[in-house]
Design a protein around this ligand. Structure first.
Ligand SMILES: *[C@@H]1O[C@H](CO)[C@@H](O)[C@H](O)[C@H]1NC(C)=O
Ligand SMILES: *[C@@H]1O[C@H](CO)[C@@H](O)[C@H](O)[C@H]1NC(C)=O
Length: 433
């Protein structure tokens, strides 16, 4: 068959577009899920704590809900590289070595995550990978690592513009690719230099803010920014602080390339039941990686109920676009998610960040933003936390939401299918551009 010249050009262009819009390692086509050592153990990790966590994850059957990666964070190595410049694992913490640990985790059907920093040192002052990217990537591949969390500490001033940061993180992306082993590349540069603009072509996910803390909402000078453009990302960022920064950024993410709102605080102390449900829901809707951080060997029934809500996990892993915010008022926010299956279905989520239980009315004009026809249809609504069927609703919906809580409703088109209004999408997929 002879392809006409013009068609050939278009075809070639399409192939180029397809390969340049995302890192091409075939991973994180839906946001990655798993568990990370840091929030429970910090530097006190060893083979037993990590395998204990992996076993707990299996015992709770969390893998069946999608939680796949067991990620070892900082403090696994010795303070010196060896004579030929390779990282060395701490033989006291890992008497049988890292490859053995990876083998054990693989034998459970799980993926194994590793940690380093795009700096001279890691955040815990162990050797970082800056200027050693190829050696470190080769070693990680030899150990059969499946995932790299790559931090930003001690970067020797190699930040300050998007291009400087991009080039520093790109080196590891290429080094990982060169190993031939698909390794999920999870960038952790805290939103510095707007990674959503340049990370999608080199990484599977990028942190978009300073580190999370298990506080619902507060100002904290350690996390001074209220906005996503931020000179000092910091740490101790509250749940609402991160949500507010993340709201406009969904448009920059797509399959294989996600905004990372940081690890989950579900199951940790201090957040109440309502706050944890709100936190988990928004992380799922905006398609952040869902990486647990609690002491998984002591998972409460309540935390397990939240982490295994299949309807909410479906917002992350299923056929839904990336969630976006319709409005932000003093005490409430409305978030939306469009189905990607042409059903015209929607998810609506009302955050009550005020200090009392309250009643809210959501008008269809705030749900179907630019879609005048769709406002006229009726929708069957199911509450995805209580599982209550709320019947068919038209024009507006009235709901009660607890203090610091969230209402999440899945809206199914319930009009005459013959006159079903066409659904428009808030964000276009890169594949459709
Ligand atoms: C490396 O990159 C190429 C080109 O983007 C891609 O086709 C290949 O699958 C990648 N390999 C790995 C192991 O990520
Ligand atoms: C340094 O570590 C690497 C990777 O484990 C190993 O292949 C190499 O032999 C080590 N070099 C020395 C001098 O021990």
């Amino acid at each position: 068959m002879v392809i006409p010249q013009t068609h050939r050009a278009v075809f070639a262009l399409a192939m180029v577009l397809k390969t340049i819009h995302a890192i091409d390692n075939g991973l994180a086509l839906t946001p990655q899920m798993g568990w990370n050592t840091w929030n429970t153990f910090a530097c006190n990790i060893n083979e037993d704590t990590i395998l204990g966590a992996a076993k707990a994850l299996k015992k709770l059957k969390l893998d069946e809900y999608g939680y796949h990666y067991v990620v070892m964070d900082d403090c696994w190595s010795l303070h010196q590289r060896n004579a030929t410049g390779y990282l060395q694992y701490d033989p006291v913490k890992f008497p049988k070595g890292i490859k053995h640990l990876a083998d054990e985790i693989h034998a459970m059907g799980l993926g194994f995550g590793m940690y380093s920093s795009a700096g001279k040192y890691t955040c815990g002052r162990y050797p970082g990978s800056l200027a050693f990217e190829e050696k470190d990537a080769d070693l990680f591949a030899e150990w059969e690592v499946d995932y790299l969390k790559y931090d930003n500490c001690f970067n020797d001033g190699q930040s300050g513009t998007p291009l400087i940061s991009f080039e520093r993180y790109e080196v590891m992306s290429k080094a990982l690719n060169r190993t031939g082993r698909p390794i999920l590349y999870s960038m952790c540069n805290w939103g510095e230099d707007s990674p959503w603009d340049w990370a999608p072509t080199i990484a599977n996910s990028w942190r978009m803010s300073g580190d999370i803390i298990n506080v619902f909402d507060r100002y904290d000078d350690r996390c001074p920014c209220e906005d996503y453009i931020c000179r000092l990302p910091g740490h101790h960022c509250s749940i609402m602080n991160i949500i507010n920064k993340a709201a406009p950024l969904g448009q920059k993410a797509h399959a294989g390339a996600w905004n990372d709102l940081d690890m989950l605080e579900v199951g940790n102390e201090n957040l109440d039941y309502e706050e944890q449900k709100l936190h988990f829901t928004i992380w799922a809707m905006v398609k952040s990686p869902l990486i647990m951080g609690h002491d998984i060997t002591h998972t409460s029934d309540q935390a397990l109920e939240i982490l295994t809500n299949k309807d909410i996990i479906d917002l992350s892993q299923g056929k839904w676009g990336i969630g976006y915010r319709s409005y932000k008022k003093t005490n409430s926010q409305l978030w939306l998610q469009d189905a990607t299956d042409n059903s015209g279905n929607m998810v609506i989520a009302l955050i009550n960040n005020g200090e009392k239980d309250d009643e809210f009315t959501i008008g269809f004009e705030d749900i179907f933003l630019d879609e005048w026809e769709r406002r006229k249809a009726g929708y069957k609504v199911k509450d995805l936390w209580t599982k209550d069927d709320l019947g068919v609703i038209e024009k507006k919906i009235k709901i009660k939401v607890k203090r610091h809580g969230i209402f999440v409703g899945r809206m199914e088109f319930a009009g005459d299918p013959k006159i079903k209004p066409r659904a428009k999408k808030f964000h276009a997929d890169p594949d459709e551009l």
